[in-house]
Design a protein around this ligand. Structure first.
Ligand SMILES: NC(=O)c1ccc[n+]([C@@H]2O[C@H](COP(=O)([O-])OP(=O)(O)OC[C@H]3O[C@@H](n4cnc5c(N)ncnc54)[C@H](O)[C@@H]3O)[C@@H](O)[C@H]2O)c1
Length: 342
């Protein structure tokens, strides 16, 4: 019985890792992928690339998603207390033996320099080198961390939502949000998440806003959250969102005088890299569902919405207010801001 280990940091997982793991899988009966977590070092590597910390458990989720259905087990190991290599070999090897559920006789990797250590600390185990020149996928975790958008195609699919830039387009009714969101998604050849509250209003309460109850807003916030996740999964470097839970909170208050309780849990000030706030300076278009149509109401709605973002802890530096009444200039200003992000 050939039982193999494939150790690594996977910070983040990429096609080079995945291909090597799948090759290793073809060479043994059972394969364990072991993620080494060294919190302090990992944080330093992420900080250095201006990224939030990528926790080991997140990498475990990503690899588990990528490898599911193949019988490959993904294990997370805390190596934070082991000394750096080469002094770390004895502790590292003891941990590997302890954390792997069964005895193993193969170790896979792409580094020739690890061979002596593996031979010394895992007697009776073969070290099998796979594509050490990285000829098939010339990529490293370091390159991805520092230039994720340049190396986008190499990032494992499950990790892409983490790296995708998230751009929210917000504003009161009839300020061109939906059209602009779609246009931006087309410009960047990517996915977007449309506002579903309007469809919900038509489908569930027949378009009559007076029939809303608080539970409707809880459901809208949840459905929107799920839809956003779906859009993010197929994002190409950036994803656009036509609304967010702050807008849901705003409408909950407009219709019912209070914010439905669970809506708060979907408000996430850290979700977006850029918030494009559209001022109601373009003509009002009555569509039978919209409510707040006078210019005074529209201006008031905009101000109220901005106050809500502020009180929910959104970073004012990430907010770009677009007040031009000219559609061309609105689009150009957004493209400039998104280009800067990428
Ligand atoms: N740093 C050391 O001296 C040392 C020594 C012994 C063991 N280790 C341990 O070895 C493990 C691997 O660490 P790492 O930093 O190399 O992890 P890593 O996440 O960078 O890479 C994981 C494995 O994938 C291979 N790989 C990476 N990119 C590839 C590509 N494009 N194509 C094909 N293969 C590719 C690597 O060679 C490595 O074997 C960790 O568990 C670490 O603790 C490290």
């Amino acid at each position: 019985m050939k039982v193999g280990l494939f150790p690594g940091k996977f910070l983040p997982p990429h096609r080079g890792h995945i291909t090597a793991i799948l090759r290793a899988h073809a060479l043994c009966d059972k394969l364990y992928v072991v993620i080494s977590e060294r919190s302090a070092e990992d944080t330093a590597l992420c900080d250095d690339a201006n990224l939030p910390h990528i926790a080991g458990v997140l990498r475990q989720r990503w690899l588990s998603q990528e490898l599911q259905g193949l019988g490959i087990e993904v294990i997370l190991q805390n190596d934070g207390n082991t000394p750096p290599f080469p002094q770390g070999w004895p502790d590292y090897s003891a941990l590997l033996k302890q954390n792997t559920p069964e005895p193993f006789n193969l170790i896979f990797g792409g580094e020739e320099s690890y061979r002596d250590g593996y031979n010394q600390y895992f007697p009776g185990t073969d070290y099998i080198l796979l594509d050490p020149q990285r000829t098939q996928w010339p990529i490293s975790g370091t390159a991805i961390r520092h230039k994720p958008y340049l190396h986008w195609d190499y990032i494992a699919g499950a990790a892409r939502p983490f790296f995708a830039r998230k751009v929210l387009i917000t504003g009161p009714e009839s300020c061109g949000k939906t059209t602009l969101t779609r246009k931006l998604a087309k410009v960047y050849c990517t996915s977007w998440s449309e506002e579903l509250g309007r469809d919900y209003q038509e489908d569930v309460i027949g378009g009559n806003g007076d029939l809303f109850d608080l539970e409707d807003f809880n459901r809208i916030a949840h459905l929107q959250y799920e839809q956003d996740l779906v859009a993010l999964r197929s994002a190409n470097k950036v994803c656009f969102f036509d609304t967010d839970a702050v807008v849901t909170a705003f409408f909950s208050e407009v219709f019912l005088g209070e914010v439905a309780t669970r809506v708060h849990s979907f408000i996430n000030p850290n979700k977006y890299d850029l918030i494009i706030a559209l001022k109601p300076t373009v003509p009002w278009i009555a569509d039978g569902i919209r409510e707040l149509g006078t210019q005074a109401e529209r201006d008031h709605s905009f101000d109220k919405l901005m106050q809500l973002y502020q009180s929910c802890g959104f970073d004012a530096n990430k907010v770009l207010i677009i007040d031009s009444p000219d559609y061309y200039q609105r689009l150009e200003a957004c493209i400039t801001a998104v280009d800067k992000l990428l």
